[in-house]
Design a protein around this ligand. Sequence first.
Ligand SMILES: NC(=O)c1ccc[n+]([C@@H]2O[C@H](COP(=O)([O-])OP(=O)(O)OC[C@H]3O[C@@H](n4cnc5c(N)ncnc54)[C@H](OP(=O)(O)O)[C@@H]3O)[C@@H](O)[C@H]2O)c1
Length: 243
Amino acid sequence: MFKLVGINSLVTGGSRGIGLEISKELAKLGSNVCIVSRNGEINEKAVKELPIVCEGQKHFGMVYDLSQGIHELEPTIQKLKEMHSVKAFNIYVHSAGIIQSKLLLQTTSSDIQSIMNTNTISAMSISKSLLKDMVKERYGRIVLVSSVLAATGFPGESVYSASKSALIGFSKSLAQEMNRYNITCNLISPGYVDTDMIKHLKNSKLSNISKAEDVAKSILPLLDRDSAYNGKTVKIQGDSIVY
Ligand SMILES: NC(=O)c1ccc[n+]([C@@H]2O[C@H](COP(=O)([O-])OP(=O)(O)OC[C@H]3O[C@@H](n4cnc5c(N)ncnc54)[C@H](OP(=O)(O)O)[C@@H]3O)[C@@H](O)[C@H]2O)c1
């Protein structure tokens, strides 16, 4: 297995669920991991859970509410880099996400804004902020967490599905723009994953549920310096992972 010693990773939504498992996988490979999420206490706990496998490895958190818009994002990331002496984040995983679970007729404009800001617009803005350093270093790996609902839709998930399908066009275009700098951008598209996000469905008969740990492992081939994956969507349903 390749190593990520000395490589800095930023994982939004890294405090719980899929993002936490991804953060653990990155840490196991030696990466310094920064977890971005809203709840400070849970963020701190998640940072402490990450393994330290090599000398000098360190993990840290950034408490930020991505639903509030992107105006303060770039300066906040800049301050974070200065505070922790980070030259570049070479790996960026956008796992932060909120679900809708409401018919469009019951959805407020503030719901729409929060979902789009958290799931989509912040992913574009953070990618843009981190790209400058990735270009200088000629190495960047961006992975965005989409959903099968991006393609299929589902009643009560119109805005959520739109927020996730926007990531498809974004990642495919960015993949082509940045290929010459050894920067790749790929998506993962899970079905149901056993996390807090689907707790409200506990009384429904769901099949083909993936484990967050397996979803996390599925992104590893996308992160290798020699990885040929770019502009791809990894489809994950239950135990099935298709690249
Ligand atoms: N679980 C599924 O069945 C499933 C299926 C397909 C796709 N996905 C996608 O996978 C990703 C991860 O989902 P999950 O199941 O791991 O969800 P989860 O367990 O609910 O975790 C969501 C993570 O996002 C963070 N987050 C939410 N809103 C945020 C905000 N406004 N600002 C900053 N951080 C925020 C949460 O931390 P705080 O709450 O502390 O902010 C948490 O760390 C999401 O993008 C989701 O859409 C999930």
